[in-house]
Ligand binder design. Sequence first.
Ligand code: PMP
Length: 316
Amino acid sequence: FKCTRGREFSKGELKRFGNIEISPSAGVLNYGQGLFEGLKAYRKQDGNILLFRPEENALRMRLGAERMCMPSPTVEQFVEAVKATVLANKRWVPPPGKGALYIRPLIMGSGAVLGLAPAPEFTFLVYVSPVGNYFKEGVAPIHLVVEHELHRATPGGTGSVKTIGNYAAVLKALSAAKAKGYSDVLYLDCVHKRYLEEVSACNIFVVKDNVISTPAIKGTILPGITRKSIIDIARSQGFQVEERHVAVDELLDADEVFCTGTAVVVSPVGSITFMGNRVSYRDGGAGVVSQHLYSVLTRLQMGLTEDNMNWTVELR
Ligand code: PMP
């Protein structure tokens, strides 16, 4: 789909996956005008395919595009593009229980621009790839390290949108953490250097005495769609859920910690290292609350239970 500044995206077309040609002075290459989304399609037992809350991704992309001075597809255009791409790649949706088809919608400033300004032309595209588990641990608990020097986002910055530069900003800490054997990095706020923000590509939850807490959405973390869904599921199951400032010291006596995201689904945390100390969680991290929420969410996403929430979209 193409769009010139101030206009709407054209009607798109399906193309075979391959390289695209772009100007060396494209806005995305020089000034980081790029924004993406991520969602998954799961195969049901009857062979049909389920999308999970695609309108939420469309709405988040619209908010992000506004922040990045880019046009965005309408919700209908976004959902139609996702559906058409998945249907054209139906054979790549893994069988039930064997993974998912990851869907990557992307908008970029593809037009040429030299002085600092929004690009004159934009491209919206969707590509897909089959995926298995995000972490090498599979569904086993992951190990996080708190980053004390580098920050992912600053107040007033772009931390709450899925712009490409946010991911470049985490690569250094993430690579260093992986080289030391950790699964991922947990970031703190850059003002007090004390409150939890999120992990490189997922949100974080802390459980204490059956109360579930997660950092509130305040402009520096991504409003995860899995985060929002888990909050609704947990509340509907009778849990108390608090969205608030969660201090790093609370990790010391938490019962369970888990991460949520499209890629990581619900991943239990086995240990967190901060200020040189390693805190390990009960039962190696395979906590009952995270296991329960994982099971409710994934059964819904895979069409194994009735979708009372009306969150799934079925493709035939
Ligand atoms: N935070 C960041 C930085 C992310 O990249 C993601 C993945 N989109 C998330 C949180 C989780 O968001 P979602 O549940 O919508 O995938």
